[in-house]
Design a binder for this molecule. Structure first.
Ligand SMILES: [Zn+2]
Length: 225
């Protein structure tokens, strides 16, 4: 194999699944023999469950299609486990930053099939804060995609944080409260005990009771007066 491409992941996975005999038999792991031409991969192999390889191929097509190109070639980074999990790297070039994902597990693993986008800095184990190739706070100083040294990664991470948590710190808690309120009400309506709803959602019982308290009827005036 001269290079590890997305289509290699798909081909090896489907070949492995095709070899599956009896239904209860586990399929062969997908063994990637990595190319010597990729410096990070020299002499390494990785074994993935075929469904992990398919999931990684799908993830690449979905999230790495812009800029990096979904084809590859990809490298496996040093420190990856020979069986179970591996860090797949798309080396950066030009305006496209390097991208890294870690994947492992399997359909029978307690953790299931998992894929995590990692910070694009080599060998960093922090998650990517703002999508593929973005840099964690320890690596905000890395050169940006165009080679610039401005706060590119910090800006990306800050904006992603704002989208998730609300830039002013007020909007987001309200949205969370609204979703929690709906969840609690519908869970109780479905027959779940209030104490179980509180425990499952990590809420205080008093908070659940507050959500379930009937709204005051405006026709009746303020019931607390
Ligand atoms: Zn990092």
């Amino acid at each position: 194999m001269e290079s590890v491409l997305t289509r290699d992941l798909i081909r090896l996975a489907t070949e492995s699944i095709d070899r599956l005999g009896a239904a209860e038999e586990l399929p062969d792991p997908v063994v990637l023999e990595l190319p010597d031409t990729l410096p990070l991969s020299r002499g390494r192999t990785v074994e993935w469950h075929p469904l992990v390889a398919l999931a990684v191929a799908g993830h690449i097509c979905r999230y790495w299609a812009q800029g990096a190109g979904p084809r590859g070639p990809f490298a496996i980074e040093a420190g990856s486990s020979p069986a179970g999990w591996a860090t797949l790297v798309s080396p950066g070039n030009g305006s496209c930053p390097s991208r890294r994902l870690q994947a492992g597990g399997g359909p029978w693993s307690p953790s299931g099939i998992w894929i995590t986008e990692l910070c694009g800095h080599p060998r960093c184990t922090e998650p990517a804060p703002a999508g593929p190739g973005s840099r964690c706070p320890s690596h905000f100083g890395d050169p940006g995609p165009s080679g610039g040294t401005g706060p590119h990664w910090a800006d990306l991470a800050a904006r992603a944080w704002g989208e998730r948590h609300g830039a002013d710190g007020r909007e987001h808690p309200r949205r969370v409260a609204e979703r929690l309120s709906r969840l609690v009400k519908q869970a109780v309506a479905a027959g779940m005990p209030k104490e179980d709803v509180a425990a499952a959602t990590g809420s205080r019982r008093a908070a659940v009771a507050e959500i379930l308290r009937p709204a005051p009827d405006p026709e009746q005036g303020d019931e607390w007066m």
